[in-house]
Ligand binder design. Sequence first.
Ligand code: MF3
Ligand code: CO
Ligand code: CO
Length: 325
Amino acid sequence: MSVTTPPEVLPAAGDPCWCGSGRKYKRCHKPLEGRVIPGVVSPMRTVPEGIVKPSYGDTGTVARWDEPKIKSPEVIERMRYACDMAADILRMAGEFVKPEMTTDDIDAFVHEETVRRGAYPSPLNYHGYPKSVCTSLNEVICHGIPDSTVVNDGDIINLDVTCYVNGVHGDTNATFPVGNIDEESKLLVRVAEECMWKGIEAVVPGQPLSDIGRAIENHAKTHRMGVIRAFIGHGIGEQFHTDIQVLHYYDARNSMIMRPGMTFTIEPMISLGTWQHKMWDDDWTAVTADGKRTAQFEHTVLLTETGVEVLTANGAVSPSAPWKR
Ligand code: MF3
Ligand code: CO
Ligand code: CO
């Protein structure tokens, strides 16, 4: 007979697994203990009449066009507004997170706060993504889908908020502790945020984008942490993702020259172990291949004549940031 729920007293590593598979516990259910597993996803939320949707809002099909890499002052003004809003909602969502709530509760909060401000939550129906925010717990690298999963004391959770308002997107994320977290997780979260700032410091007009990845990778290496490779920063503006690619590790081929007026995100994902990832069957949720924890921070930045302006810095995610306006 096979059972599906673990007993109160677990077997020793080399003993037969409690599930009845006949395999040793360490080769069967032990590796899965404490891992994040998919929960139940609630029905898609709707946005009120009058909120202007992006191309994919109704269909899930993302229109793509050739958007200027150098933004006009008028587009930049609109982006400041969308970015401020995303930063503000991210900060509030981080304060809202408490042990015992579900990731779906966080989605409801972000959705409400976004539409209340007259904006559309960019993730909703983006290539069919079913929710209004990404909630990535522990070993989930990114794009975790809010569902019935309960967040517990000791977890770390990344919340990735993007607002679409006045025809442009603003994109930012941060990793928050849930209750009290262990020292290793604290260090991971700190280093991930430092990696993002190292990347931002490397934004210099006239230099190649690869400078950003080099700065991030070097910092992660000093702590023997991994830089996730499969997900990258991106150009942003009237489209959620444009064709500027920002690698978070060094690759000489990432050679596009940074120019004043460009807007893109820097969003390194840093892991306690491997840089390799696995995808869940939902085709969204990315987890570390070794199950170790990972943390991420993201800002949308604008290149100026002399350097960089962090458009999503208003929410005080990083109070120490010299770029905070
Ligand atoms: N906000 C994410 C990023 O930083 C993208 C999320 S796409 C979604 O690029 F569909 F998963 F929402
Ligand atoms: Co992004
Ligand atoms: Co994002």
